[in-house]
Write a protein that binds this ligand. Structure first.
Ligand code: 6PG
Length: 261
């Protein structure tokens, strides 16, 4: 079954962060109603940070069921958590240090060991978590993804020769900006998600957004995200959506979110 795709555009980056926080709240409530827990994987980069800061404030600080939420990472740079390039370090500052989430429900990727060892360790942690939920598959309720202008997502980059082990859930790779060793969830995990939320903001992302949504660039990593039993929401500000055809937006149930206030 092809993934259901929805496009939501907002007037600007601030409204994108507000809408993103609202979508995460909705996904959490939906997950908890279904199975009394909410498993989410978050990406790094700059786009999600304003959204993370909103989630740490009221009403989300109180309204999201943090006590039964489990936060994993989509990818991580192999640097210390206090390094400015650390995805966990940024999220810890913006969100986890503020919300009332049990520490053992936050699962940073192990960034200070041999990359292959870190990948094996995180994969084992994922397998244990989902097996404890009674699932042999890594079915996240929500995975938040960014995209690079080259079409990368997570730390899955164009032209990367990934490990041929099809059943890997976590891989160690090198690349991206910064060009460092990284750990990344694989397509097997990303495409098992119930809901993928792509975030893209700014004019610089307009061409890649058009390419990914309207083009046939199926070789690009972000184009390979097609959850088998899930849905994809593209949350774009007006600048990132500026090159999309009117009919593309109209045919994907776009909801134009007017600026609040
Ligand atoms: C990473 C990110 C990466 C990011 C995109 C978009 O660790 O590098 O996970 O995939 O989501 O590069 O980054 P921006 O939001 O900064 O544009």
């Amino acid at each position: 079954m092809a993934a259901k795709i929805e496009i939501i555009t907002t007037s600007d980056a601030e409204r994108l962060a507000e809408k993103g926080a609202e979508l995460i709240y909705n996904a959490a409530k939906k997950a908890v109603a279904r199975k009394d827990s909410f498993a989410v994987a978050v990406s790094g980069g700059s786009t999600p940070r304003a959204m993370h800061r909103l989630l740490s404030q009221e009403p989300y600080r109180s309204d999201i069921p943090w006590q039964i939420t489990h936060i994993f990472w989509v990818d991580e740079r192999m640097v210390p958590f206090d390094h400015p390039d650390s995805n966990y370090g940024a999220a810890q500052k913006d969100l986890m240090s503020i919300i009332p989430i049990p520490a053992d429900q936050v699962y940073p990727m192990p960034a200070m060991m041999r990359p292959e060892q870190g990948a094996d360790l995180y994969q084992a942690k994922l397998k244990t978590f989902f097996q404890d939920l009674g699932s042999l598959d890594p079915v996240f309720d929500l995975i938040i993804l960014g995209i690079g202008t080259d079409g990368h997502t997570a730390s899955l980059f164009p032209g990367q020769l990934l490990s041929q082990e099809p059943n890997r859930w976590v891989l160690s790779v090198k690349g991206g900006q910064p060009d460092v060793f990284r750990l990344t969830l694989t397509y097997a995990v990303l495409n098992s998600a119930r809901h993928i939320l792509f975030l893209a903001s700014g004019n610089a992302k307009a061409l890649i957004v058009k390419t990914l949504i309207e083009g046939r660039q199926i070789h690009l990593p972000a184009a390979k995200i097609r959850p088998l039993n899930g849905e994809i929401t593209w949350l774009l500000d007006q600048e990132a959506a500026s090159l999309l055809k009117e009919e593309t937006i109209a045919s994907n149930r776009v909801k134009f979110e007017e600026k609040k206030g």
